[in-house]
Design a protein around this ligand. Structure first.
Ligand SMILES: Cc1cc2nc3c(=O)[nH]c(=O)nc-3n(C[C@H](O)[C@H](O)[C@H](O)COP(=O)(O)OP(=O)(O)OC[C@H]3O[C@@H](n4cnc5c(N)ncnc54)[C@H](O)[C@@H]3O)c2cc1C
Ligand SMILES: *[C@@H]1O[C@H](CO)[C@@H](O)[C@H](O)[C@H]1NC(C)=O
Ligand SMILES: *[C@@H]1O[C@H](CO)[C@@H](O)[C@H](O)[C@H]1NC(C)=O
Ligand SMILES: *[C@@H]1O[C@H](CO)[C@@H](O)[C@H](O)[C@H]1NC(C)=O
Length: 573
């Protein structure tokens, strides 16, 4: 992934994405709003757009970032090079004790569309039991059946166009997926030919193929749908969906480059008893996923007609092919440049550990967590994790198969790679985000406490060893010439521990800092998403999630935004 190309595309312009955007702050300030949404991000724009469907509601959105005529990474192949000051908050963690003092990036979109503008576009959801677990924190309505209508409302899902090698259906199961929502969801139409041997190998190791991960059972290896509009080959994200739709209305106003620093809780001139508030720069990290990379080198330099495998590395290795594909992308919106990595697997710990090892790791987890000074919501979350640790129908670990180079050490020219990223889905470490100063524009103090609980490190070590086992199992084995990260000589648990600590990265799904839950338990919002102690301030974004599903987060965040808007409208008839 080339940073230079991304920068070229990311040239920010102070212009408009459509109507709705007010360029004069005094015009915005002079309006009398029924609802003010702080943060025009993933959930915020869903909330604002739905509230503005009723022409009687005057809705304002305050967004700290800018909008862009050509948003970053609209071109799917140039996904996510976060940490660009033009559209990222450039946040980072405090030194992580569990990583020998390392500091990790904490990217968050600072742009209209928020993190939906720079994420990797994977669009999936967790298992039914994972949302049903939210009932404990938010009441019966925060459950699979309470959220399903809103998952569906946010999406317009399209069936598979190319079925090889996945057997994905060309039709959509409308009992669980939406076909009329704003966010365009599609399967890729290009796959690396390393996918097939990879699938056969993980099947042989006990991870079955699934073609319906959205049905309430999100385990198995599956071809993840993407928030990509397949008719254009472009990212579908909150700014070119919800915002664009709302922009046609005369009761919807957005101000950009405006950072909210204070909410006045008395003497408010709000006409209604509700203001919807979303705020995510300062959410994050009650639960944090982690990945470590295990990259392996495939057997030969890739060419489409030659021997070996065609991976994404071909774009660096074969300029003629890359130029042809670029033309195809710009002319037709298809081809390798419109594709993202989509082979994900979610599975239980018993796939690679014995039941007795899992039980003994659980004992370690519980005893480590006992000293962590957790609040009741965190304790309840961990007890749900403990009770489901042997459940074979829930994802405990994820494999992200990247058909190309995605690893700590640089790519070797002329080489094709397969990278097998292992991601912990139910970490036992719990972190925090707090203010570090009374200056409202100062960065928050983010301490995810990566690998703080030794369960997390032990599982990551075993998971990375399992990645190595995958690479050494046929038919994938025959496709691999050598190992790059970590080197083949890595063998002892101590070597693997050192590797995990050095190669680990966040999966970028921080959540839970303004959790649903009883106030006495540490909850910040009640079941109607109202902040305790206020009459008219609500939070609707990833921060309200009490316990993370084993999944990527954006579709859940859209569903939260949709559900929040429905609640606000119902509460203010
Ligand atoms: C690099 C990266 C890759 C990811 N990949 C995936 C993926 O492939 N699939 C997936 O499902 N999920 C992915 N995610 C996660 C997913 O994108 C996020 O969980 C989700 O977008 C969060 O939505 P949100 O509404 O909570 O916050 P955001 O979308 O981040 O929105 C918050 C908004 O509030 C604005 N804001 C914050 N503070 C203020 C303030 N004081 N005043 C005004 N505005 C303010 C911000 O600028 C931003 O626009 C990824 C995330 C990242 C960062
Ligand atoms: C869940 O999906 C996996 C993968 O398709 C399958 O093997 C398993 O049997 C399913 N579990 C249930 C309870 O349906
Ligand atoms: C791809 O094509 C576009 C449109 O023709 C062009 O602007 C761009 O420079 C090309 N990029 C590369 C890397 O060739
Ligand atoms: C675009 O698609 C058309 C129709 O399939 C095809 O003929 C044409 O060659 C494609 N253009 C490029 C540049 O690939």
């Amino acid at each position: 992934m080339s940073v230079k190309l991304v920068l070229a595309l990311a040239a920010l312009v102070p212009a408009v994405l459509g109507g709705g955007i007010v360029s004069d702050p005094s015009v915005f300030a002079s309006k009398s709003f029924d609802y003010l949404v702080v943060g025009g991000g993933t959930a915020g724009l869903a909330v604002a757009a739905r509230l503005s469907e009723n022409p009687k509601n005057v809705v304002g959105v305050i967004e700290a970032g800018q909008s862009s005529r050509r948003p970053p990474h609209l071109h799917p192949r140039l996904v996510s090079t976060p940490s660009q000051p033009g559209y990222d908050w450039m946040l980072e963690t405090v030194p992580q004790a569990g990583l020998g003092g390392k500091v990790l990036e904490q990217p968050r979109g600072k742009i209209l569309g928020g993190s939906s503008a720079l994420n990797y576009m994977a669009f999936d959801r967790g298992s039914k039991a994972e949302y049903d677990a939210w009932k404990k924190f938010g009441g019966d309505d925060w459950s699979w059946s309470g959220l399903l209508p809103y998952f569906k409302k946010s999406e317009n899902v399209h069936g598979a166009v190319v079925t090889t090698p996945w057997n994905d259906p060309s039709t959509v199961d409308t009992s669980v997926e939406g076909t009329t929502g704003p966010t365009q969801i599609s399967y890729n139409d290009w796959y690396s030919d390393i996918t097939k041997p990879y699938l056969k190998t993980v099947n042989a190791l006990g991870i079955p193929l699934s073609t319906t991960p959205e049905s309430g059972n999100a385990t198995g290896v599956y071809n993840c749908k993407m928030s990509v509009d397949r008719t254009t080959g472009r990212r579908s994200y909150a700014a070119n969906t919800y915002h664009t739709i709302a922009s046609a209305r005369s009761n919807y106003y957005v101000i950009l480059g405006a950072e909210a620093t204070k909410i006045l809780t008395t003497g408010s001139s709000l006409k209604r008893d509700d203001a919807a508030v979303t705020d995510t720069a300062a959410t994050d990290a009650a639960t944090v996923d982690s990945t470590a990379d295990s990259a392996a080198t495939a057997d030969s330099a890739a060419r489409p007609s030659g021997p070996g495998y065609t991976t994404l590395d071909i774009l660096a290795n074969d300029p003629v092919y890359a130029a042809q594909q670029n033309a195809t992308y710009y002319q037709n919106g298809t081809g390798i440049y419109a594709a993202t990595h989509s082979a994900f697997a979610f599975f239980d710990l018993q796939t690679f550990l014995s039941g007795s090892t899992v039980t003994s790791l659980l004992k370690t987890a519980v005893s480590d967590a006992a000293n962590d000074g957790l609040n009741q919501i965190e304790k309840d979350g961990l007890s749900i994790q403990a009770n489901s640790i042997l459940n074979t129908d829930l994802g405990q670990v994820e494999i992200i198969m990247y058909p190309g180079h995605f690893s700590p050490s640089p790519a070797v020219a002329g080489t094709s790679y397969i990278s097998i990223l292992m991601a912990l889905q139910r970490p036992w470490s719990r972190g925090s985000v707090h203010i570090g100063s009374n200056n409202p524009t100062a960065a928050p103090v983010i301490d995810p406490k990566y690998l703080d609980n030794s369960f997390d490190l032990q599982v990551m070590i075993k998971a990375c060893q399992f990645a190595r086992q995958i690479a050494q199992t046929e038919p994938l084995k025959s496709a691999i010439a050598s190992f790059q990260d970590p080197p083949a000589s890595t063998s002892s648990d101590a070597d693997w521990a050192a590797y995990v600590k050095s190669a680990i990265d966040p999966v970028y799904h921080p959540a839970g800092t303004a959790s649903l839950g009883a106030r006495a338990d540490g909850g910040v919002v009640n079941s109607r998403l109202k902040v305790y102690g206020t009459n008219n301030i609500r939070v609707a974004d990833a921060s309200i999630i009490p316990l993370e599903p084993a999944s990527h987060l954006q579709s859940t965040v859209y569903a939260i935004g949709e559900k929040a808007a429905a609640m606000i409208l119902a509460d203010n008839p």
